[in-house]
Design a protein around this ligand. Structure first.
Ligand code: B1M
Length: 211
């Protein structure tokens, strides 16, 4: 089969086709991580670019996101079904005020695929919820996602809350999302920044001394 069709049907938001081709690719032995990183992630990047060029509007975005999430639902159990030992525990969430979760879910899945145990708090997560989750789960890493410039300050508030709760020395904080930069990570005292899902895995492994 022509794997590039997964990319094309994701961009055009044809969920049944994306699902069918994903199943076919898996049956042909294509690795789940390859389908995500080579076709699904670039397809959503293209969708984002078209949105910025006013070629796509919110309905097209949602339809493409739904097509991608259908494929991810198939791929996710396969990514977690790994024989790697748990590499560590990560609490992940999209920060307060922010409802974007596609990138966060990708980071979560790639981390799972790399053998991390994940506590996913979802979207619009207030600092105190991160604090509680770190306490309860004894996580090694907190991964924060923000897609809006207006919600980036919630990353700092969350780091401050971890500090106030006496947890900051115990956990590494890694941040990401389209508007986030290494410079911003340095400014707010995060331990790491990752521009995409693959580098989030690499950065997390580095921070825990696994790479
Ligand atoms: Co929104 N949106 N949106 N949106 N949306 C953006 C982010 C925007 C840039 C579009 C634009 O105007 N060009 C803009 C933000 C502008 C800004 O702040 N500078 C914007 C806006 C304004 C809004 C609303 C305010 C629109 C409105 O209502 N007027 C509203 C806000 C709602 C809210 O959150 N409170 C809104 C709503 C929505 C939808 C609901 C329609 C939908 C979200 C659906 C969902 O997530 N379930 C949506 C979408 C789809 C987008 C765009 C088009 C695509 C985002 C996406 O999913 N990208 C986006 C434009 C764009 O990014 N070009 C846009 C694909 C995804 C794979 O990439 O999320 O960047 P991304 O994740 C990457 C990396 O960033 C990184 O790895 C991921 C995978 O490689 N990464 C991390 C992400 N999190 C990480 C965490 C880490 C590490 C790496 O931690 C360790």
């Amino acid at each position: 089969m022509e794997l590039r069709q997964i990319y094309e049907y994701t961009v055009s938001g044809n969920a049944p086709k994306v699902k069918e081709l994903t199943e076919q690719a898996l049956a042909e032995g294509v690795a789940p991580g390859e389908i995500i990183s080579k076709y699904l992630i670039p397809a959503m990047a293209e969708v984002g670019d078209r949105f910025e060029r006013n070629e796509f509007y919110v309905p097209e975005l949602l339809i493409a996101a739904r097509a991608m999430q259908g494929a991810l639902a198939i791929l996710k159990p396969l990514l977690t079904d790994t024989d790697l030992k748990p590499a560590g525990k990560v609490v992940i969430g999209t920060v307060k005020g922010d409802l974007h979760d596609i990138g966060k879910n990708l980071v979560s899945m790639m981390l799972q695929g790399a053998g991390f145990e994940i506590v996913d708090l979802g979207v619009d997560v207030p600092p105190e919820k991160f604090v509680d989750a770190v306490k309860q789960s004894k996580a090694d890493v907190v991964a924060l996602s923000a897609l809006l410039t207006t919600t980036m300050p919630s990353m700092k508030t969350t780091i401050d809350a971890l500090q106030a709760a006496g947890l900051r020395e115990r956990v590494k904080v890694v941040i990401g999302g389209a508007p986030v930069t290494q410079r911003y990570a340095d400014e707010i005292g995060a331990d790491g920044y990752a521009p995409d899902a693959n580098s989030a895995v690499r950065r997390t492994r580095q921070l825990l001394g696994l790479a």
